[in-house]
Design a protein. Structure first.
Length: 133
């Protein structure tokens, strides 16, 4: 199956960011478009007071996205519901017990990815047409 593009998934920790940078370099070297960065475990929402806790650091994904001229596609929270539902074999996105705000973050990420892939496909088709003419 041909590769259309790459998405770099990282956490905000320095060690993970170093690996993400290596991934970007590898994909660039083989001419595979990097659609963007997804920062997983970006923060934890305090269940008692609702404030964000940046357990693993803050904005590392944003920094490398800017430095390597790509987009930060999403900052995904560390969330116990996702873990509990996954452990029970349930799908987080279709669960009524899941936090709908977090489901929105994942839906938004899916929309961004599909939009970027669609844009890339249109650009690729335009390049093919101009090359044929």
């Amino acid at each position: 199956m041909p590769i259309s593009a790459a998405i770099i998934v990282t956490t905000p920790q320095d060690l993970a960011l170093a690996d993400a940078i290596k991934g970007i370099a590898m994909f660039n070297k083989v001419n595979i478009n990097v659609l963007g960065i997804v920062e997983n475990m970006s923060y934890h929402l305090c269940t008692e007071y609702g404030h964000k806790e940046h357990i693993f650091g803050a904005d590392g994904g944003q920094h490398i996205a800017q430095k390597y001229q790509t987009k930060l596609l999403a900052q995904l929270p560390l969330n116990i519901q996702i873990r509990e539902l996954a452990d029970s074999g349930s799908q987080f996105m279709f669960s009524e017990q899941a936090n709908s705000d977090i489901q929105k973050i994942y839906r938004n990420l899916a929309h961004k990815i599909s939009h970027k892939l669609s844009q890339q496909e249109m650009q690729d088709q335009q390049i093919m047409v101009s090359t044929v003419n």
